[in-house]
Design a protein around this ligand. Structure first.
Ligand code: UDP
Length: 410
């Protein structure tokens, strides 16, 4: 199939340049990996993303049959994600022009603004549209309240998109419930999770240290719950330490407000000397970092999907995860790690304490995590599930498409 993906703010190219910044995370990784896996399966994939520099060529190949297309929409430099909505009409017009020349079989939009831009352009040509939200404004607003900087119309747009696109790919079961609450018919949503590169993230040789090392890997934004892990550390013996990966690169770490907040918390809790901030870590170095940990903690207040627990599991590490969003599906309580309530340092401390007390069991949970990623979350498997949906929706609109592209009546 000819597949056009739209990922307005999250370029697949950023996934190799470095992640962990405020607006660069899982979507960059997921869009890139899905595009590569679909191309590997023989499909032709173009990923349209907004141009953020003057110098990149319009099209950059990332694999045989997969290219990134830099769409001119708004100024050619980085903009905060929440400001991009003003440029989506221009983005849409560019997509329409591009797709008139080269009609795709299906459009897969990632994030609500991509859907906003993609839907009118695709509808004009009778091309079916599949939408992955990656995150929902209704959930963000519920958790962040007045701190939510999303454009005010986000929730209404998501609800309209859910009712208008041919299929919503929800990344977890919890998202289906959220979509239904937004008025999306349940049969319009299909769960297709994100995946993990099980060839890159492997158990390898564990690097055992004297201490019991806990690791968090995330963008450093308050909802990720790193503060909860720091509070948990204060309830654990002195040989338990924490490495915090993510945020800006090391030279800029000291000027980052969230790092300052977390350091203050660590000082107040008396554990500053047991917490190390590693800054943004490149994907190449991540497997080794995961392997150096005795346990990985992912305890966000909410999480649309969460790639980090899958990466940790693929590296054979037990995961202490908040039972929220995608983490409720990916981490199996008592099998690949432990579930805890979000925002509960005592529960995190008790789960970590149990792992520290029984290393053999911790290793068994890690092995089970690895097996689970191999059987359920390889990107080839995820891409096959997405392609099944593409074929289903493409089969429902051939008459309209033929009519529009040839001028003959539908
Ligand atoms: N990540 C990274 N380096 C960092 C911090 C994060 O490469 O220093 C990657 C991480 O490995 C994962 C992604 O960023 O692939 C984060 O995805 P996740 O779904 O966990 O969270 P999101 O950022 O989408 O909220």
């Amino acid at each position: 199939m000819r597949i056009a993906m739209v990922s307005e703010h999250a370029s697949p190219l950023a996934a190799s340049r470095g992640l962990g910044g405020v607006d660069a995370g899982g979507q960059n990784v997921a869009v890139r990996a899905l595009a590569l896996a679909l191309a590997d399966a023989g499909h032709e994939v173009v990923v349209h993303t907004r141009r953020t520099d003057r110098t990149s060529p319009r099209r950059v190949p990332i694999a045989l049959r997969a290219v990134v297309d830099h769409v001119d929409a708004g100024p050619p430099h980085e903009l905060p994600k929440d400001d991009l909505v003003h440029h989506m009409d221009a983005f849409s017009a560019e997509l329409a022009a591009c797709w008139r020349d080269e009609v795709p079989d299906v459009v897969h939009a990632h994030f609500w603004m991509s859907g906003l831009a993609a839907l009118p352009a695709a509808r004009a040509l009778g091309v079916p549209v599949v939408q992955t939200f990656h995150a929902l404004g209704s959930v963000k607003r519920r958790h962040q309240g007045a701190d939510d900087t999303s454009p005010p119309r986000r929730v209404a747009v998501e609800s309209d998109l859910g009712a208008s696109v041919d299929r919503v790919l929800a990344t977890c079961r919890d998202e289906v419930d959220e979509l239904v609450a937004l008025g999306v018919p349940a049969d319009r949503a299909t769960v297709v999770p994100c995946g993990v590169d099980v060839g890159h993230f492997t158990p390898g040789d564990a690097v055992a240290g004297d201490d019991f090392r806990v690791l968090t890997v995330s963008r450093l934004v308050p909802r990720k719950g790193v503060d909860t892990v720091i509070a948990a550390l204060a309830r654990l013996p002195d040989d338990v330490s924490l490495v915090v990966a993510g945020g800006p690169r090391l030279p800029e770490l000291d000027s980052d407000p969230e790092v300052a907040r977390l350091r203050d918390l660590a000082r107040a809790a008396g554990v500053a000397d047991r917490v190390r901030f590693a800054g943004a870590v490149g994907h190449d170095a991540l497997p080794q970092l995961y392997r150096s940990a005795d346990a990985v903690a992912c305890v966000p207040a909410y999480e649309p999907f969460g790639l980090v627990p899958l990466e940790a599991m693929a590296c054979g590490r037990p995961v202490v995860a908040a039972r929220v969003g995608g983490l409720a599906d990916t981490v199996v309580d008592g099998v690949t790690g432990h579930h805890v309530r979000p925002g509960d340092p005592a529960a995190v401390a008790s789960a970590l304490s149990a792992l520290r007390a029984d290393p053999a069991r911790a290793r068994a949970l890690g092995r089970a995590g690895r097996r689970r990623t191999e059987t359920e979350y390889g990107w080839d498997r995820v891409a096959a599930a997405a392609a099944r949906v593409y074929r289903e929706v493409a089969a429902t609109v051939p008459a309209l498409r033929t009519a529009l592209t040839t001028g003959s009546p539908a």
